[in-house]
Write a protein that binds this ligand. Structure first.
Ligand SMILES: Nc1ncnc2c1ncn2[C@@H]1O[C@H](COP(=O)(O)OP(=O)(O)OP(=O)(O)O)[C@@H](O)[C@H]1O
Length: 372
């Protein structure tokens, strides 16, 4: 079904969609690959792809901050038709950048109050108080924004966007300066919970695929100005693997070199022997060597396993569980003061009856340790 709307006094026909509809959107950057996109009125969608591929340009065009032509409509309102465009402040959206863009000369509290005052869907005060606490912003409320660190400023800017609670929320690497553990363990779970209770259409741009996995169930992929339709997370992971970009979840492990025989390296991690196969480079006994280990390469047992073709068996302590958007569970484990991540299914998690603080056995193949 199609409906007719009036934009600047001229009748315009758009698809009857309450979500976001983009048809043939062209900027000076993507003249050869017009963008098409159709997203529902609510839901969290990741946006990732190689650097310089056009992600920020797309967000700027959606927000009316980049000259473009084509059609954009959201919630049955036409924002762009041909070269005619509705100005940014008339679009029901908010846009958050890596550079926090807070209002200078004002306190944190003033910045946040403005967002609520100009919101058409203000978030209840109680909710705001909880968000202030979860984001660690409460002690900073009376600070002038010029005195905030980069990570603090980003957290305030993100909070300002939540307080404003626009129907379409665009984010461009909004947490790149915030400590990763705080992002993964506190901020992303808070955001997921917030958007479950205050639905909006969210497009979250990041190079950190773990962030996207924790927030979104679908993700857009941009490569050389070519925009995909929403993909599943495994589909995007395959793109990332092929391109060698992005950041799937890998742990960095450091261990002391014991011996190298043929291509099998024997290591010592806190008194436990580890083995790395097919490693390149020169290793000398006593050196500290670093390796990467994919979260998906680890299997976990509640009891010490018997003989196995998996050469590595490391006792680990479960520090935390993170629920990934695709239903899997990411476990944060510690061993000899180092942090490892393991991705397992919800069923495995239930069967193992995992408890924080308990000891388990992480198994992985010698070939899974990639030397740095
Ligand atoms: N204001 C501008 N003027 C001219 N070219 C620009 C401008 N902004 C970006 N570009 C160019 O447009 C292309 C796309 O940039 P864009 O910032 O959209 O990419 P991106 O995918 O967001 O990259 P990143 O992941 O590195 O942030 C790049 O080649 C960039 O150099």
């Amino acid at each position: 079904m199609e409906i007719t709307l009036s934009l600047f006094g001229t009748a315009t026909t758009v698809s009857d969609s309450t979500g976001l509809s983009v048809e043939g959107l062209v900027t000076s950057f993507n003249a050869a690959t017009p963008w098409q996109l159709s997203l529902p009125a609510s839901g969290v969608f990741g946006l990732t792809g190689p650097s310089g591929s056009g992600k920020s340009t797309l967000l700027a065009a959606l927000a009316g901050q980049r000259r473009c032509r084509g059609k954009i409509s959201f919630a049955n309102t036409v924002w762009q038709c041909g070269r005619r465009a509705l100005s940014t402040h008339k679009r029901a959206l908010s846009l958050g950048f890596q550079d926090s863009c807070l209002f200078a000369g004002q306190s944190v509290a003033d910045n946040l109050a403005l967002a609520r005052r100009y919101s058409r869907r203000p978030v209840p005060g109680e909710e705001c108080d909880q968000l202030l606490k979860a984001f660690g912003i409460a002690p900073l409320l009376h600070q002038p924004v010029e005195l905030l660190s980069g990570g603090e400023a980003q957290r305030v800017a993100l909070l300002r966007q939540l307080f404003h609670n626009a129907p379409l929320q665009l984010f461009d690497e909004p947490l790149s300066a915030v400590q990763r553990t705080q992002v993964l363990r506190c901020l992303l779970p808070t955001l997921r919970d917030f958007w479950a209770r205050y639905p909006a259409l969210v497009i979250w741009t990041s190079h950190d695929f773990d962030e996207i996995q924790l927030l979104a169930q679908r993700c857009l992929w941009m490569d050389a100005a070519d925009l995909s339709a929403p993909l599943t997370l495994p589909e995007v992971a395959r793109h990332l693997d092929t391109q060698g970009v992005g950041d799937s979840c890998r742990s960095r492990i450091e261990a002391r070199v014991e011996s190298l025989q043929e291509s099998l390296l024997t290591l010592d991690l806190g008194g436990i022997a580890l083995y790395a196969d097919r490693v390149a480079g020169h290793y000398r006994k006593g050196d500290t060597a670093a390796f990467l280990l994919e979260a998906g390469d680890i299997s976990l047992s509640a009891e010490r396993p018997g003989l196995s073709s998996m050469l590595n068996c490391l006792p680990v302590m479960l520090a935390a569980k993170l629920h990934l958007a695709d239903g899997r569970i990411r476990l944060q484990l510690t061993a000899a003061g180092q942090v490892l991540y393991a991705d397992i299914s919800r069923l495995s998690c239930e069967r193992l009856q995992l408890r924080d603080g308990a000891t388990y056995f992480a198994q992985f193949k010698a070939g899974s340790l990639a030397g740095l």
